[in-house]
Design a protein. Sequence first.
Length: 277
Amino acid sequence: MPQPKNLDPASMKEFYGAELRRRREEAGLSQSGLGDLVFCSGAYIGYLEMAARSPQLDLAEQIDSVLKTDGFFRRLCGAVLKGSKFAGYFAAAAELEQRALTICDFATTVVPGLLQTPAFTRAFIRSLRPLVDEQEIEQIVGARQERARALLKNPLEPELWFVIHEAVLRTHVGGTEVMREQLEHIAGVSRNHQAVIQVLPFSAGMTPLMYGPMRVMTFAEEPSAAYTETAHTGQLIEDPAVVASIAKSYDLARAAAMSPEASLGFVDRLLAEDFTP
């Protein structure tokens, strides 16, 4: 019996966009009209139809309900996301970061993925999921390192900015050697001007983003987007008003943080004080 053919996720996304446009027009709806019914902007519907943005399951379900397509877009969305090497909730955000002009990360408890060493990622995933298969861990490590290499190779494409809470640097993950290597890597990225890194000290007190990790991405010809996550899931945020509010909160955290030079000095002192044999 012939086996099912593996489909190209990029082509599937284009197929999703083409079908969305065809069925929207059959229903006599403009992009704005459909957007109003599924609680997003008409511009965002346009980005989906042009395959400039990846579909999301919750929106796909709303589209199915409005266009009466009996789960078609949800099933197709699932197929598109399944073709990604990343978790379904992160797949759309991972794709967007490849086109971003700027990526601004705020970390409250864990080193941002783009700054993690392989050893740190292994220890972190193992702490979250003690029974996870080693092969799955290595797949996560490989995907994360591939993202980091692609984005850190040229500090101008995109411009990377990290605000890292002091708690992140003082919380040991994987033991002394793993943390020493991790802090040395963060210092190296800062020293080599691959990204702007600021430390938010305990003395800065509460900031609007202290509830969890947050990322803001800007683009050349697309609206800005934000992404937040917990240990087991994440959410891509594309509502312009919400993204603008998050961006303002990020600016406040950035203003309260140490300067990049002082932050590098802080990491170096932490290495000397806590990780010198």
